[in-house]
Design a protein around this ligand. Structure first.
Ligand code: SF4
Length: 397
């Protein structure tokens, strides 16, 4: 059975052509699925009977099974979707006055292994298919419309952020058609400004996204220098900050907004000192290097959301406020993310789902933790002090 959630409109036109139908029928079919939430071709009453019959024999819009649902005290909803073979991914709906934001997963697990992220701790199993990415939006939109008894034409989901489990730009081939379905006026009709891809910095794919489907871009930075970012976001060893910022500046030439959102997770004693705030400001404004211009950006400070065995702590509110003040006084628009849904582990960085890790990330983490501990014991005091960069304290366990 072909899953119709797999296709953007041009893919659906190809599928109609394969069935011996006119390509323009795809638009009707697409509207039934993504504007009316209809799964069953037999119920798509304005399609020719012959097409309905042919579709019903071969295809349907097949949603993902919901394994569980949790609702937080603040109204945030977290769904766990079963994607088979013991894997499950999480999707979070965040209601706010005047808008509803859906945080979508792109992979079962994640291979980037960021130090502060529950998904990264679990390792990686596989990329999600386009149908599995779109199914998260399809279910949330039509389930919420039904529960909230929305009038025809009213939407439940106004914004999508690809910030759930996974690095979306490491699943590029599936993510781009999913983005096109979200943006399509015959689908969900979301504006490019309201769809955000968040990346840890896959530089070549940032360039491709700029050409193929430039939506709003968020970058997980989390450190003011390469030495610390190498440890927090291991992908930095491949694409260091200078290369990442150069890609961001190229992206801005075609982006729907004139800024990049910089995400910065506030980790107590690791990346949250006043000196690190100054260093970050200099980095963003380009003050620290005559060769590198600044980056047009807004910064979002995210209080770390603890998860078991992270070994990290959330920065105190006073420390976050002081960090934010340095950036604001330096002219960078800075917000502190309000933690949503933390009573159901739905907050940023807490999504874990269920992942049958094929990358043995846990084993590698144990080995590297042991190696770091050995190194700390062996290294002379002066070297330990300077390892933090700019003389700042770092206590990565
Ligand atoms: S923060 Fe994003 S890129 Fe890093 S491990 Fe978590 S899901 Fe992957």
């Amino acid at each position: 059975m072909v899953n119709l959630l797999q296709f953007d409109r041009s893919g659906l036109a190809d599928f109609c052509a394969e069935l011996g139908e006119k390509r323009f029928r795809a638009t009707q079919l697409f509207r039934w699925i993504h504007q009316h939430g209809e799964r069953n071709p037999a119920a798509m009453t304005d399609l020719a009977k012959s097409l309905r019959d042919r579709l019903a024999a071969k295809a349907a819009a097949v949603p993902l099974p919901v394994a569980s649902e949790q609702v937080a005290a603040d109204g945030t909803i977290k769904w766990l979707f079963d994607v088979g073979d013991g894997n499950a991914v999480e999707t979070v709906f965040i209601p706010e006055p005047g808008r509803g934001t859906l945080c979508i997963s792109s992979q079962a697990g994640c291979a980037v292994n960021c130090r502060f992220c529950a998904t990264g701790h679990q390792g990686f199993n596989r990329n999600l298919a386009t149908s599995e990415i779109v199914a998260q939006l399809w279910y949330a939109e039509f389930e919420l419309r039904r529960r909230l008894a929305l009038a025809p034409g009213e939407r439940a989901v106004s914004n999508v952020v690809m910030m759930g489990m996974g690095e979306p730009l490491q699943n590029y081939a599936a993510v781009v058609p999913a983005l096109r379905i979200m943006l399509d006026d015959h689908g969900y009709g979301l504006s490019r400004r309201r769809v955000t891809v968040s990346t840890s910095g896959v530089v070549p794919m940032i360039d491709r996204l700029r050409e193929d489907c430039p939506v709003a871009l968020a970058v997980s930075l989390h450190a003011p220098d390469d030495a610390l970012r190498d440890e927090l976001v291991p992908l930095n060893r491949k694409y260091p900050i200078d290369e990442l910022f150069a890609a961001c500046r190229r992206y801005l030439e075609r982006a729907p907004r004139d800024f990049i959102t910089i995400e910065y997770c506030m980790l107590d004693g690791v990346n949250d000192s006043p000196a690190q705030a100054e260093a970050l400001l200099a980095l963003l404004r380009g003050d620290d290097s005559p060769l590198r211009p600044g980056l047009s950006c807004k910064i979002n400070l995210i209080p770390f959301n603890p998860f078991p065995d992270s070994g990290l702590r959330r920065s105190s509110p006073a420390r976050i406020a002081a960090f934010a003040a340095v950036l604001q006084h330096g002219g960078i628009v800075t917000t502190v993310r309000r933690t949503r849904g933390d009573d159901i582990a739905a907050a940023c960085g807490q999504l874990a789902g269920e992942v049958q890790d094929r990358t043995h990330v846990g084993d590698r983490r144990e080995r590297s933790t042991a190696a770091r501990a050995e190194h700390r014991i062996a290294a002379p005091a002066s070297r330990r002090e300077s390892a933090g960069g700019r003389g700042t304290e770092r206590t990565l366990p």
